[in-house]
Design a protein around this ligand. Structure first.
Ligand code: G4P
Length: 539
């Protein structure tokens, strides 16, 4: 780049600074099957980042098993998850942004949406349980989006499964190649520690010592010094590592970045063991903000024009003020407070005067932010999930899918005097992404579709407490809702006529087929081979 004059130099330096800001950002999500240790790991990462001072500051945001009707718990969860939805902190020269995802599977849509805003993911796996159902579902979303994935195998302080068989299971069930970058020495009561393969160092585990002990460096694994620290286990470690080198190819960062290979670390989040090694490797190898796909073109983070999209909305944070916060992921350009941006869906200009950043688990108003960052935008109902904001260019971000719900109920007004409040409440909760709303083409009744029972309870509770409206649900025994599509309009009309009683419309006016059972869905698919049945709303 040719630089001429003082203003040219200033511009050049500013551009370099901008690129540097992008390169040092690491925006990621931590996911796990409930109880594998996501909350504990998040907390320990925050300790390293200085975002919290003491352990226990991040309360588990999960709803304990068996407490599905505990509304106070739901409220508590919402309150906490607002504060901890995004946690930014500085670590070494990096700006780390952790996006929290709800642990409870009934809120998995929220998790899926959050995963659209991350550049990489850390999956936590319980060393005794291995891959669990929720881990698989979450991995499917990562695979769909080619998100780079790192694995942390947790709870080595407890009796664990054989390490090789755990890795095999991950490869088989999560359908991703693995490459261990550290290796555990025994587990449970015999757990000695973790050998860091790529740094050739050993971290010794001692359940009684709280402080983090410095790693012990070796020339390589054959160093006789190893015996001094782990005695007879040294030989077995050498054998296992020889096998590792034989079985697993060298760690290939490109394959990791392409989402084809998961580097694996071992530790115990509870004892803050192996966590710093994970974080150090993470900031070094995880991707900085990646290009984003829009309907029009690919957007590169270093482009000058600002672009961002809304991936999450929190409504009624303070019940006394109808306040909402829209979470905006910045995809390109420098975000500036009070600059005029365009809200693409409405075509209106907007000025964001008090954007907040989520640093050190606190919200604070910021003047600028960079690609990879998440900003909180106070909103009074103008923004919805999936909205694009830009410095002017007409683009639309892709990839905020709704998933085919699996539980359905008709929703009815239980207080005729409050129908306006009810409709407003339903609209806003659906915009927030709590559940999906369909309208039957047959009888015009409103149908709520969810992935779990808990969402119905949340809707009922929130309608009453936030909108002063009462609703009643009526069971609708349905199997699945799927979006249908066909190139032949005549065939589509024929299908809709035949299935008239089972057709509904989604919030964007698209046709949805509500199948009573798996069998009926299969029959429809067999009979109408030229109709495509989609199980996510993005196709
Ligand atoms: P989650 O967010 O993935 O659902 O898991 P969370 O961190 O809440 O951890 C689930 C349980 O596992 C917690 O115990 C937690 O203390 C424990 N745990 C997490 N990491 C480790 C580890 O490395 N080793 C051992 N031994 N336990 C670990 P809990 O009894 O359910 O909750 P709490 O009362 O201790 O908070």
């Amino acid at each position: 780049m040719a630089v001429s004059g003082l203003s040219g130099l200033k511009k050049y330096l500013s551009l370099m600074g901008f690129k540097e800001e992008i390169n040092r950002r690491r925006t990621f999500g931590i996911v796990s099957h409930p109880d594998a240790g996501k909350t504990t790991l998040t907390e320990k990462l925050l300790l390293f980042g200085g975002a919290i001072r003491v352990a226990g500051a991040v309360k588990s945001n999960k709803i304990k098993k068996g407490a599905t009707s505990d509304f106070m718990e739901i409220e508590r969860q919402r309150g906490i998850s607002v504060a901890t939805s995004v946690m930014g902190f500085e670590y070494r020269d990096y700006k780390v942004n952790i996006l929290d995802t709800p642990g409870h599977q009934d809120f998995q849509e929220d998790t899926f949406r959050t995963l659209t805003a991350v550049d990489s993911v850390i999956i936590v796996i319980d060393a005794a349980k291995g891959v669990e159902p929720q881990t698989e579902k979450l991995m499917n979303v990562c695979r769909m989006r080619k998100t780079p994935v790192m694995v942390f195998i947790n709870k080595l302080d407890r009796p664990s499964r054989d390490t090789f068989s755990l890795l095999d299971e991950i490869e088989e069930q999560l359908k991703i190649k693995t490459r261990p970058l550290s290796w555990p020495i025994n587990s449970g009561a015999d757990f000695k520690g973790v050998y860091n393969i790529y740094k050739k160092s050993l971290n010794l585990f001692d359940a009684d010592v709280q402080e983090i002990q410095p790693a012990i460096k070796f020339a390589d694994v054959n160093d006789p010094q190893l015996e001094t620290h782990i005695g007879n286990d040294a030989d077995e470690l050498r054998e296992e590592l020889e096998l590792v080198e034989g079985v697993y190819p060298e760690f290939d960062r490109e394959a990791y970045l392409a989402g084809d290979l998961a580097p694996v670390f071992f530790g115990s989040a509870l004892y803050n063991f192996g966590v710093q090694e994970l974080l150090d490797a993470f900031v070094e190898i995880a991707p900085s903000p990646k290009p984003s796909v829009t309907e029009e073109r690919e957007i590169k983070p270093a482009e000058e024009g600002f672009t961002g999209f809304v991936f999450k909305i929190h409504a009624n944070i303070d019940p006394n003020h109808r306040s909402r916060i829209a979470f905006v992921k910045i995809c390109s350009g420098r975000f500036e407070r009070n600059a005029v941006y365009k809200h693409i869906r409405t075509g209106k200009n907007m000025r964001i005067s008090s954007p907040t950043a989520f640093m050190a688990a606190q919200k604070e108003v910021i003047d600028e932010a960079f690609p990879g960052d998440i900003i909180g935008v106070p909103d009074n109902g103008n923004l919805i999930i999936g909205d694009t904001i830009t410095s002017g260019e007409e683009i639309h971000f892709k990839g905020l899918p709704s998933f085919s719900p699996e539980m359905f109920r008709y929703i009815e007004n239980a207080d005729p005097m409050k129908s306006k409040q009810l409709n407003k409440g339903i609209d806003q909760l659906m915009e927030e992404g709590v559940a999906q709303l369909f309208t039957s083409q047959f009888n015009g009744r409103k149908i709520i579709g969810t992935v779990g029972q808990l969402q119905f309870e949340v809707i009922q509770y929130r309608l009453e407490h936030e909108y002063n409206a009462k609703c009643r649900f009526e069971t609708l025994p349905m199997h699945k809702a799927c979006w249908i599509e066909c190139d032949d309009p005549k065939l589509l009309t024929e299908f809709k006529k035949r299935k008239h009683q089972k057709m509904a419309t989604d919030k964007r006016g698209r046709d949805v087929f509500m199948a009573d059972s798996g069998f009926i869905l299969q029959m429809a698919q067999d009979e109408f081979k030229d109709i495509k049945f989609h199980f996510t709303s993005e196709f």
